[in-house]
Design a protein around this ligand. Sequence first.
Ligand code: NAP
Ligand code: MG
Length: 507
Amino acid sequence: MTTFQEQNATDIAGSQTSAAGPGRSPALEFASAWDYAPAPESTKVEIADTYGHFIGGKFVDAAKGGTLDTLNPANETKLSTFARGTAEDIDAAVKAARDAQPKWAALPAKERGKYLYRIARRLQERAREFAILETMDNGKPIKESRDVDIPLVAAHFFYHAGWCDKLKYAFGGAEPKPVGVCGQVIPWNFPLLMAAWKLAPALACGNTCVLKPAETTPLTALRLAEVFDEIGLPPGVVNIITGDGEAGSALVEHPGVDKVAFTGSTEVGKKIARAVAGTGKKLTLELGGKSPNIIFDDASIDQAVEGIVSGIYFNQGHVCCAGSRLFVQEGVADEVVAKLKIRLESLRVGDPLDKNTDVGAINSRPQLETIAKYFDIARDEGLGVYESSCELPSSGFWCKPSFFTGVQASHTVAREEIFGPVLAIQTFRTPEEVITRANNSPYGLAAGVWTDKGSKIFEIAGQLKAGIVWLNTYNRFDPASPFGGYKESGFGREGGMQGLRGYVRLG
Ligand code: NAP
Ligand code: MG
């Protein structure tokens, strides 16, 4: 077996040179690769019948032998069987991570950076395969996994590779030390992207990780383990335990974990905060949202309608920062709703592997049932319900892109996170009124503002209680830009210099 030092000695400088030639940015290289490549859906992706946990650099069976299945939500066929983690598996993974951590932290920082660069490069090389697998396991349209998720995953590793040997400049002179072993639990809406958001900063700061993917979407994280193996990441630096909430809570509660990072529902986030309280573990929580998307009457209405569509129908609305509460100024409300109806009809709903599909499958039957419950509630509460007239496939989990009208702040669909392609529309008269109503939520993750007036943009954005405010755009992400919420949307930031703070101890 190769030692850490031998692996350090490996010269990977060549692999950092872009195949497209030096001087081209990875993003450009990626875009041109897709421009000229045949349609990705023609690529055959091999999926094993069964997957074990990834512990200490090896795939192993679950200690108690339990398994779960993962489905393609677009047709309900089984994709694979994977190990169901228990406390025993978590214990083995934490031990492997503890063993590796001092050695990983002791590497010269730029050597750690080389590993992260290698992961990013390999992800780019295998991007098409990752995009297809993500779409099959999650149900999201291939054009989103191909053009948004996977490029952002690679970008996240590139970005953090750059931080490895510059960490001392991130904290105003204080010397950063790794936290230790990180226990990271992620959801199903952006499976590989959430893995990257968790792993890349942790590794850059000299920590080792145990990652628990969501029960319905384990496959891309397991394939990422293959990449770790390919690029020679030392054993135990990243360990992946698949399974359900039992594995998640065993990870959170394990005494050998020094830092817990969670993305998912506010309900589970509160349980985790209680489990971690008093243990001395560091904690960051990225939870739910009910984000306001505000259209003023001086906005470019056509652009704003596009922003509404990307705000709530992107990724079937399975987005924690989705613009699910639309506020439209009264003078343009009829025009916005009329244009939105036309735009809804143009959205193609169906086979996620078809590159022309705009809205894919709902990730699971339980999530579809949750969304259906909110339609019943909206009708019971007397709201107008508008659904696209598209036809839905006969098998799989599907929801037509829809919106509710006549919504007031007290209505359930204006208050609770639905996590589907469903929008609650409200109208307002004055800026003061919309600021008060937009902030009237237990959540505070994101917001959107649409106006042609620069002064109004700054005035409104400064008064919105949200971690991210998008101006004349929505759902735009960049690894250099911190992401996170206030109130019941959680605490701590992911991405950017601020995102490193959760993975170091200072002094
Ligand atoms: P969830 O239950 O919060 O699941 C997120 C992750 O936590 C999954 O890996 C889950 O495993 C794990 N988990 C479940 N119970 C746990 C526990 N007690 N301790 C530690 N980990 C635990 O979210 P969900 O069930 O997938 O979705 C429910 C709702 O959460 C959605 O309708 C949506 O409103 C919200 N949500 C928000 C986000 C976000 O990004 N903010 C993402 C997803 C969902 P399993 O996969 O086995 O459950
Ligand atoms: Mg699945």
